[in-house]
Design a protein around this ligand. Structure first.
Ligand SMILES: [Zn+2]
Length: 321
């Protein structure tokens, strides 16, 4: 668990930082964010009518934190025009984010921009992620305002960064849980939710998956399943990652497939919301029958019904989803 503490420079952003801390702490638990109204005023010698040199702010914050927050990584949020466009990182000691260019945006937009900038800062505490100078809508783009907009619209790592992060999990630089926590922050910003479908790897389940996926059309949900396209060595990592990241798990227990039960057990241990589906209720063990189970038939009518039941579930009063 890593503690990240916000410090405010200047008068603005208090509300945005408070709300952001609540949101960030509610979607993941690998990083604990805090803000205790630590507000630093700009000293008079800093001329705010011109871009401020980041070194000046570094000294300002450095003096403030010298004896405090030894166990926390400080992230300062300033509202002045910054020499660097958006943010500056001072090794593993401090990061400063400027909200100057978002002064006319809503408080929520400011929160999203800070959170998006944090992705780069947090990831670089673990791995030496490369910055893209070209704009490809990735959190690791060199951030100008235009690139930030593109990144926010996509809210995902590019495939090159994904690969680099997965490699870093293999070499132990970052854990899968930390990677998923970062992805959860991206999901928070974009307002999307994930459903992961656990089912046997067999062509006969393709239609059923398509039918489940259709229930999520026109929604902010992304519905995935682990596919055979992945290398066998990667499958386990990808499945664990998807289960960890998901807000909902749909598990097809037809045929009592051992892998399906194993993955479902992991999802239950994590306390995930689950829907169990099956072609025969006899495939659901007695001790799981008190959970939400849907029996469906392998007919066009059965598929339609299954899709409708899942849609109704998504529309139900389930705040935790
Ligand atoms: Zn990238």
């Amino acid at each position: 668990m890593r503690l990240i503490h916000f410090i405010q420079i200047g008068d603005k952003n208090s509300l945005a930082i408070h709300n952001l801390v609540n949101d960030l702490n509610s979607v993941q638990s690998e990083f604990v964010f805090s803000f205790h109204d630590d507000i630093i005023k700009y000293p008079e010698e800093i001329d705010l009518s011109h871009p401020v040199y980041s070194e000046k702010l570094e000294t300002l914050v450095g003096n403030y934190i010298s004896s405090r927050f030894r166990d926390r990584y400080p992230v300062a949020i300033c509202d002045c025009q910054f020499e660097e466009d958006m943010f500056s990182v001072f090794g593993h000691n401090l990061a400063i984010i400027s909200t100057y260019y978002w002064a006319n945006e809503s408080s929520q937009q400011v929160q999203h921009c800070i959170a998006f900038t944090l992705i780069d800062i947090i990831l670089n505490l673990y791995i030496d992620a490369k910055i893209h100078y070209e704009s490809i809508g990735c959190p690791m783009d060199y951030c100008s305002r235009g690139q930030m907009k593109e990144g926010l619209a996509r809210c995902n790592f590019c495939s090159e960064c994904q690969y680099q992060i997965l490699k870093s999990i293999e070499t132990g630089k970052i854990t899968l849980q930390q990677k998923v926590a970062i992805d959860k922050i991206l999901d928070l910003i974009s307002g999307r939710k994930y459903c992961f479908v656990i089912m046997p790897f067999h062509k006969s389940f393709d239609k059923i998956f398509n039918c489940i996926q259709s229930a999520f059309n026109k929604s902010n949900w992304v519905c995935n399943r682990a596919d055979e396209i992945y290398e066998p060595t990667q499958v386990v990592n990808i499945i664990w990652e998807q289960i960890l990241r998901s807000n909902l798990i749909i598990s097809d227990l037809t045929g009592r497939n051992a892998n399906v039960f194993y993955e479902l057990g992991y999802a239950h241990a994590l306390g995930k919301n689950t829907i169990l589906i099956t072609q025969s209720i006899d495939d659901i063990p007695f001790d799981l029958r008190h959970l939400r189970c849907i029996e469906y038939s392998k007919t066009a009518k059965g598929y339609r019904k299954l899709s409708e039941i899942i849609q109704r579930y998504l529309q139900g009063p389930r705040d935790q989803l």
